[in-house]
Design a protein around this ligand. Structure first.
Ligand SMILES: [Zn+2]
Length: 188
């Protein structure tokens, strides 16, 4: 399986760092990149081919940014996984698909199941569920099943601690969700 991993926002945070937590001095783009590269490592070990391509994707693609959607389509990726951090108040993980009829819904559920089970000693880390967002270009313009994972809240003190200290746990959960999805596809 070919998996394109797309850490959200711009590489090195320039010009778009995504959400920023100034108290702990960390940006969404760097957290997403750290989780994305580790997710790719896990998937490679599981026998997948991966490409990691960060892009300024929520505002739409532009010539000066990586054409991540075009790359995924031209490569013939089997799955597109965009990785972000949430902001705006709250805790926990949620995973987006284009709509409820999207072929990516089972994958989103597998990833969401893994993420929500990742911190059993921290009941405050909520399972916010699978959600739908047809407006996101990475979900709308990709030709393969595509999900966008909001791993945790960068602006919440507990969640940002997890994002910094448990990068590996987020990556393992996303990778396991992807391989669960792929096994389901192979069997069906
Ligand atoms: Zn984002």
């Amino acid at each position: 399986m070919n998996v394109l991993i797309n850490p959200g926002h711009a590489l090195y945070g320039n010009p778009d760092p995504g959400a920023v937590n100034y108290e702990v001095d960390v940006t969404e783009s760097e957290l997403a990149y750290a989780i994305g590269t580790k997710t790719a490592d896990y998937l490679e070990k599981a026998g997948c081919e991966t490409r990691v391509m960060q892009s300024h994707n929520l505002a739409g693609e532009a010539p000066e940014y990586p054409e991540v959607i075009g790359t995924a389509n031209a490569w013939g990726a089997d799955l597109f996984v965009s990785i972000h951090c949430n902001a705006g108040g709250g805790r926990g993980a949620e995973t987006f698909c284009y709509d409820r009829y999207s072929s990516a819904v089972p994958c989103a559920k597998f990833i969401q199941n893994q993420l929500s089970a990742s911190f059993p000693d921290d009941p405050g880390f909520r399972n916010r569920g699978v959600k739908y967002s047809p407006g996101l270009c990475v979900l709308r313009l990709t030709e393969m099943p595509a999900v966008l994972v909001e791993t945790a809240f960068i602006d919440n003190p507990e969640d940002v601690r997890l994002l910094i200290e448990k990068t590996d746990v987020f990556a393992a959960a996303i990778a396991r969700g992807v391989t669960d999805y792929w096994q389901m596809k192979v069997r069906s």
